[in-house]
Design a protein around this ligand. Structure first.
Ligand SMILES: [Zn+2]
Length: 383
């Protein structure tokens, strides 16, 4: 059946989108996120428990339009496409990818003039061949591509729904393996993935349906700017959501980023270093303070939690980085002893504040810790 084959061709070619992958982060829709961020978002969302009827209906409408053209069904299909997109956009994962901007974008393909052309095209498909004048033949040829692509898009959204469900279970089981092995270094993370693949079920999946763990990517090297310097990065083109999700997960793991489950609130958080933070730094809805604070204050929960070291604070790494830079700049003679001491005192003060001022830690700490800003303030104080 010609129409069905053409629609499937569109689905297989996908609806490509691009993401820039750097060493530790990726850039999509002009925003930068740490590698592994979409895996973290997926682990924490209730996507798989949501009512997914919209996708069954979307699939049914595509099938129905492939079998027989009907104007009313086509308009119902338009509404269902928008409904499916709105469903996705309840989740941050899809807002990050810019899917919220796609809602209503396809409506221009459903004008009555376009619907007339689709109807004529369907008529030609099911009737005896007839001679068309060149202009009309050309118009119908373009309309046929739009029509097939529109139907393919519905199937693409259905596949995206399945991809997130599948991805969630992959992230969940892999995280369980990582936590079981207390894997907190790049080597240990790689070993955990190996152990994960050795599981009987995963072994079968890996050997017999390798495509479930394979991403098809086209990658182009491009030059971008980072802190005033040119750097070479990869711009990757994906034709399916699944390919992108897998890439983010595995690029993240190989960069040493992994997901850990907070034992106090059960939510997942993204670790971007080999530090051993065991509680999240999000505000716990039950206690009104971050879980990392709850863990250190047994009077809150009336029970003592296993402790995490001071150096495992999520804000420690940035402090350490700045302290090293200040020391280095001092020994290179870039800044004198007085300014260096003031700069060090400032970053100590900022770090200390993260321990009790959670709003500050979340919203201002990183900005205050910008090295240029630290020196500017240090010199202000010194003069
Ligand atoms: Zn927590």
């Amino acid at each position: 059946m010609e129409l069905k084959n053409n629609v499937n061709n569109h689905l297989n070619k996908g609806f490509p989108f691009s993401v820039i992958f750097k060493n530790k982060s990726f850039i999509v829709a002009d925003n930068e996120y740490p590698l592994g961020y979409t895996a973290f978002l997926t682990a924490n969302c209730d996507f798989r428990f949501a009512d997914k009827k919209v996708f069954e209906e979307l699939y049914r409408l595509v099938e129905s339009l492939i079998n027989k053209f009907d104007r009313d069904v086509l308009l119902e299909y338009r509404d269902k496409l928008n409904e499916a997109l709105s469903f996705f956009c309840k989740y941050e994962l899809f807002i990050l990818l810019g899917w919220d901007k796609k809602i209503g974008k396809k409506d221009k393909y459903f004008t009555s003039e376009m619907v007339d052309l689709y109807e004529d095209y369907n008529h030609i498909l099911t009737s005896e061949p007839e001679m068309l004048d060149l202009e009309r033949a050309e118009k119908l040829a373009y309309a046929s591509i739009d029509y097939e692509s529109l139907l393919g898009y519905g199937l693409y959204l259905c596949a995206a729904n399945e991809a997130v469900d599948y991805y969630y279970s992959l992230v969940f089981h892999l995280t369980r393996e990582i936590m079981k092995n207390n894997a907190r270094t790049k080597h240990a993370l790689a070993s955990s993935y190996k152990a994960f693949l050795n599981d009987e079920v995963m072994k079968y999946v890996h050997d017999y349906t390798p495509s479930t763990l394979r991403s098809e990517i086209t990658s182009v090297p491009i030059v971008t700017n980072s802190d005033g310097n040119n750097i070479l990065v990869r711009k990757m083109f994906f034709s399916s959501l699944k390919d992108y999700l897998l890439t983010d997960l595995f690029e993240g793991l190989s960069a040493g980023h992994y997901i850990w489950q907070c034992k106090i609130c059960d939510r997942y958080f993204l670790m971007k270093s080999a530090h051993k933070q065991i509680y999240c730094s999000e505000v716990n809805p039950k206690y009104g303070v971050p879980c990392s604070y709850v863990a250190k204050h047994p009077e809150i929960t009336k029970e003592k939690m296993p402790s995490q070291k001071k150096s495992d604070s999520p804000y420690y790494l940035l402090w350490k980085k700045r302290a090293d830079s200040i020391r280095k700049n001092k020994s290179l003679g870039k800044y004198d002893e007085i300014v260096s001491a003031k700069a060090k005192a400032l970053i100590d003060e900022y770090f200390d504040r993260t321990k009790y001022d959670f709003e500050y830690a979340k919203n201002e700490y990183e900005k205050d810790m910008e090295l240029k800003r630290v020196y500017e303030r240090a010199m202000d104080i010194s003069t």
